[in-house]
Design a protein around this ligand. Structure first.
Ligand SMILES: Nc1ncnc2c1ncn2[C@@H]1O[C@H](COP(=O)(O)OP(=O)(O)OP(=O)(O)O)[C@@H](O)[C@H]1O
Length: 250
């Protein structure tokens, strides 16, 4: 069974249809990348996967959206539990204005964990998981805003890992970072897929080609083609995919 299964999904912002007839299977422990020109609906679709669009007035979704076979848009599906299971990392590193430790402990605390030793363990494990423990272990009480952008983004990944999600959604996680930080995040994402299912929007086609297992090409709210990343980049079936991946438009 797919980790996430989307069937005949349509999405409107008031009367503008931003996603049309989306069908997609996202497999466990794989990295799925979304590529496509600006405004084609990649972020909209990504945000639908943990119901972030619920917060947008006038947004309406039709279709079947399943997590482990369960409809996560059903009235009785707990949205807080969904967001715990499906975590998100944004384009701009957005640590909370508090210490590194408190950033990571924030989620577990809101889920009722108060014991200091348990929190210490979660903080260490999450920072190790995000490959930043060695850089910050002596400075856990330092403000998370006082470290570099690349480090902040790994703190945000650690913060997402701290609540033990199953899926990580990443919306252009390296677009605000320098090449060295980008390479670190790309290596990290490869490591993380052993334990998590990762869905990533990227504007950087080399990045999609380097890190992802599957790639979906979006154009004006539709998925034109989805498949093994190697196939999408070396042997696309649709002319529009070929034009896009070869840099002829977008
Ligand atoms: N809150 C909103 N209300 C109305 N329209 C919106 C809203 N958010 C996005 N849109 C529109 O939906 C379409 C898809 O936007 P979306 O941000 O999902 O595209 P994208 O592919 O992620 O673009 P980019 O690569 O530039 O981030 C665009 O036409 C956009 O203007």
């Amino acid at each position: 069974m797919s980790k996430i299964s989307i069937k005949d999904m349509n999405l409107w912002y008031t009367d503008f249809q931003a996603l049309k007839n989306i069908n997609m299977e996202i497999q466990k422990n794989e990295i799925t990348a979304f590529i496509g020109p600006s405004g084609c609906g990649k972020s909209t679709f990504l945000k639908s996967l943990n119901r972030m669009n619920d917060l947008v007035a006038g947004c309406r979704i039709e279709g079947e959206l399943l997590l482990d076979g369960e409809n996560f848009y059903a009235d009785d599906f707990d949205v807080n539990m969904l967001r715990k299971r499906v975590g998100m990392v944004f384009q701009q590193p957005n640590p909370f204005p508090m210490s590194i430790y408190d950033n990571i402990a924030y989620g577990p605390r809101t889920h009722g964990i108060k014991d200091k030793k348990t929190l210490d363990e979660i903080v260490e494990k999450s920072l190790k998981g995000a490959a930043i423990w060695d850089e910050v272990k002596g400075n856990l009480n330092k403000s998370a805003l006082s470290i570099s952008g690349g480090q902040q983004q790994r703190i945000c990944i650690a913060r997402a890992l701290a609540v033990e999600p199953e899926v990580l959604l990443m919306d252009e996680p390296t677009s605000a970072l320098d090449p060295i930080s980008t390479a670190k995040i790309e290596d990290l994402v490869q490591e993380l897929k052993k334990d998590y299912t990762i869905v990533m929007v990227t504007h950087n086609m080399q990045q999609a080609a380097r890190v992802s297992d599957k790639t979906a090409f979006f154009l004006t709210g539709e998925i034109i083609e989805m498949g093994d990343t190697k196939e999408i980049f070396s042997n696309p079936k649709d002319k529009r995919t070929e034009d896009y991946v070869s840099g002829r438009f977008g």
